[in-house]
Design a binder for this molecule. Structure first.
Ligand SMILES: [Zn+2]
Length: 277
């Protein structure tokens, strides 16, 4: 699933391509995951201008003229593609936005079909369920706020970092990478980690996310930017997807194990199993 750096990459590319353009028509080839229904959805978009694009956690918020916002969650395999109109429409291009522009259109493609597109009034969007409960942004939270957040709870650290109501934007890949770099076992309880170590974790999370944004995300599954180009951060992954390979710090084989509901990747020597378990 796209995490913060991948979604941020999409947001930045959308800003460069669609802002200021007017939607002249919308083809809805699959309406399973849109709100409101097909006719109303198309009517709300028709003739509107794309005015701004923001990210909140893994959500994309596209402001339209006339006071509405298109809220998109890519989920597993959702993609936006900005392509020449001469490029044939692909099988999973569920929605095609026709634009008054230089021969391109915007497509929402999603072969697993979990992605969602919803339209609400801009002044009501942040109160919607799925946005209102979101935790703080990891690139905005200060080191002290982060330390307080984690030490005030008693939760297994890996699932906590992936919980969007706890802190947003961090999924399996960046949680594994950040914990590895800080040498924290994914099963550690948040309030059992020392404050200096939590400050170190905050630093690694920010550093990793910023670097991944610079590399335009990680493409280990289907992630691609709006022009179809893959991200480049996968080259820098040290534990995620490297089960059985030697740890870069100590040579021990990287282990993969189910923790919470997801596979965690970690070094059993560098990231010591907590003793209180
Ligand atoms: Zn190691």
């Amino acid at each position: 699933m796209p995490e913060l750096p991948e979604v941020e990459t999409v947001v930045r590319a959308l800003r460069q391509t669609i802002i200021g353009q007017t939607i002249t028509g919308v083809d809805i080839n699959n309406s399973d995951r849109i709100f409101p229904d097909k006719n109303e959805f198309a009517a709300l978009l028709h003739g509107k201008k794309f005015e701004g694009v923001k990210r909140r956690g893994k959500n994309i918020l596209i402001d339209l003229s006339g006071g509405h916002t298109l809220w998109v969650h890519l989920k597993m395999t959702g993609h936006f593609y900005y392509l020449p109109i001469t490029d044939p429409i692909a099988k999973h291009d569920h929605i095609v936005f026709h634009l008054n522009n230089n021969g391109h259109n915007l497509r929402f493609n999603d072969y697993r079909r979990f992605g969602r597109l919803r339209i609400y009034r801009t002044d009501e969007i942040m109160q919607q369920k799925g946005l209102v409960e979101l935790g703080p942004e990891p690139l905005e939270i200060t080191s002290e706020e982060f330390v307080n957040l984690l030490s005030s709870r008693r939760r297994m650290i890996k699932p906590a970092l992936m919980d969007q109501y706890f802190i947003v934007g961090i999924g399996n890949i960046y949680a594994d990478e950040s914990l590895y770099r800080t040498r924290i076992h994914p099963r550690r309880l948040t309030n059992s980690v020392s404050k200096p170590k939590l400050r170190e974790l905050h630093g690694h999370i920010q550093k990793i996310l910023k670097r991944a944004i610079k590399m335009m995300g990680t493409s280990v599954d289907t992630f691609a930017g709006v022009n179809g180009q893959p991200g480049k951060y996968q080259k820098y992954l040290q534990v995620y997807g490297r089960e059985g390979e030697p740890c870069a710090k100590c040579g021990q084989a990287v282990r993969r194990e189910k923790i919470g509901s997801r596979s965690a990747h970690y070094c059993p020597r560098c990231q010591k199993e907590p003793r209180n378990w």
